[in-house]
Design a protein around this ligand. Structure first.
Ligand SMILES: Nc1nc2c(ncn2[C@@H]2O[C@H](COP(=O)(O)OP(=O)(O)O)[C@@H](O)[C@H]2O)c(=O)[nH]1
Ligand SMILES: [Mg+2]
Length: 454
């Protein structure tokens, strides 16, 4: 009989066949024991762990080996008090996806817009509906860097009615109250003293010469409005201070203190962050008109004014009549200033005088040189302030604070090397300002014998 067909197992064959089964059984048993031990250990650990509420709140992210993961538990927020509905929330804010939600999303729905800052101040923007996106980007910077902690109101002006869309989005972006002003026609049209034919000819001439904005009528209205009218608006009557904001501007640093309070407490009335040369072709007769005005009203010219900044080789008060305007002006797309400076009799008379000359239309006088000359002549020089600690961009120029303190504490995010700031550009008048105030190239006070050479 062939052994291979026998039903009786051979001894050796029996041992070899049962060994793998035995090993498999041992492995299974060990697995079950390990699993049981693990679950008992887990139950013990969970039972002895304090409840979430009893656990101390971690104050920093921990990377210790026994921590579960690196995270910060924040305590539950205090209950939110019902806030009064402000007029702005009547705009009808809805979630953009159109779904009613039980949650209050920050920035949506009724919110507390009560002003926190202590000054009678408003952020002010002259703007067109089509500039909404650029307006929002400037607003966002100012809100994030400053205003959400102060909730100063925003005042918007336009020569056309603001669209619902503009009002909806800007009121959402604002942390404080918002108001929208329609500029009266008489503040945004050719005044009766202007010879329209002559104006159109002059405008064409400037356009042909490719003078910047030389061919634009609306730009002229804008410059005249910023020079002579916005501060007269009834919307601003309860305010003493304004911060002019333009669409597309950027703010690179946290604003660590209230600049309005700073201005008031330090007796400042006009401020700037950039200064540069004006295009002479836009203001051919502005200086001669100013001289004429100053002759008529010498009482308006302040002692210790800033004439030495806007004329070269300044000697004394008479330099106004002997020297030419060196074209240095404060770039007025940024301004924090005292509205009462423009409301003063001196400035009202100056504006009326200039307006009668017609230079806003026959030439293209900008509000920047008009404001700058007025502030330089009518104010003592210490009342004009250079905000060295504000990082700012208005295309195409940008600047950042030069000192480490402002950069560090202000969390400045300047997308360029500090040394590339516009302050040091050949087109900037900043060095002149420093020299005029007896400061060195970085604005530090210097002994009078060490005037920088430039
Ligand atoms: N409502 C209105 N605002 C204007 C008009 N033209 C200019 N602006 C605003 O006036 C400011 C200066 O104008 P902008 O075009 O920025 O001039 P630039 O900064 O000198 O190049 C900005 O705030 C503009 O939004 C206009 O025709 N209507
Ligand atoms: Mg601009």
């Amino acid at each position: 009989m062939d052994g291979k067909f026998t039903l009786l197992p051979r001894r050796g064959g029996s041992l070899r066949g049962s060994l793998p089964k035995f090993l498999i059984a041992i492995i299974l048993l060990c697995t079950v024991l390990v699993w049981l031990a693990g679950s008992v250990y887990r139950r013990d650990t969970l039972a002895s762990a304090p409840l979430a509420a009893d656990r101390p709140t971690p104050t920093h992210i921990s990377y210790e080996p026994d921590s579960i993961s690196g995270f910060v538990e924040t305590p539950a927020p205090p209950p939110v008090e019902e806030q009064p509905t402000t007029p702005n929330s009547k705009v009808g804010l809805k979630h953009w996806w159109g779904v009613e939600s039980p949650y209050h999303f920050r920035g949506e729905g009724p919110r507390n817009r009560t002003q926190i800052g202590r000054e009678k101040a408003s952020l002010v923007m002259l703007v067109r509906n089509r500039e909404l996106k650029d307006a929002l980007s400037a607003m966002k910077d100012i809100e994030d860097r400053f205003n959400r902690h102060y909730r100063y109101p925003w005042t918007f002006f336009n020569d056309e009615p603001f669209s619902e869309e503009f009002k909806l989005h800007t009121s959402r972006m604002a942390s404080g109250e918002v108001q929208y002003g329609l500029i009266p026609k008489e503040h945004w049209s050719l005044p009766t003293n202007i010879d329209e034919k002559k104006f159109r000819e002059k405008m064409k001439e400037m356009a042909d010469k490719k003078i910047i904005y030389g061919g634009s009528e609306s730009y002229r209205h804008m410059c005249r409005y910023n020079s002579g009218f916005f501060w007269q608006s009834p919307l601003l009557k309860d305010f003493d201070w304004y911060w002019r904001v333009e669409p597309s501007t950027s703010f690179y640093c946290d604003q660590l203190y209230d600049p309005f309070t700073f201005m008031r407490e330090n007796g400042k009335r006009y401020s700037f962050v950039m200064t540069m040369y004006e295009f002479r072709a836009t203001i051919e007769t502005l200086w001669s008109s100013t001289r004429e005005f100053a002759k008529k009203h010498p009482e308006y010219i302040a002692e210790d004014n800033s004439l030495g900044f806007i004329v070269d080789d300044y000697k004394d008060k008479n330099s106004l009549f002997k020297k030419d305007f060196n074209l240095c002006h404060f770039w007025s797309n940024f301004e924090i200033a005292d509205l009462n400076l423009w409301r003063s009799q001196a400035y009202r008379d100056y504006f009326a005088f200039l307006d009668a000359k017609g230079g806003f239309f026959y030439e293209r006088w900008g509000d920047a040189p008009v404001h700058s000359i007025a502030a330089s002549l009518f104010l003592p020089k210490d009342q004009i302030h250079f905000f060295h600690d504000i990082g700012y961009r208005h295309p195409p120029y940008k600047r950042c604070p030069q000192d480490d303190e402002s950069t560090d504490y202000g969390r400045c995010q300047c997308p360029f090397n500090k040394g590339e700031s516009f302050d040091f550009d050949g087109y900037s008048c900043q060095k002149r300002w420093w020299k005029f105030h007896n400061q060195d190239d970085s604005g530090n006070p210097i002994p009078s014998y060490k005037i920088p050479d430039f």
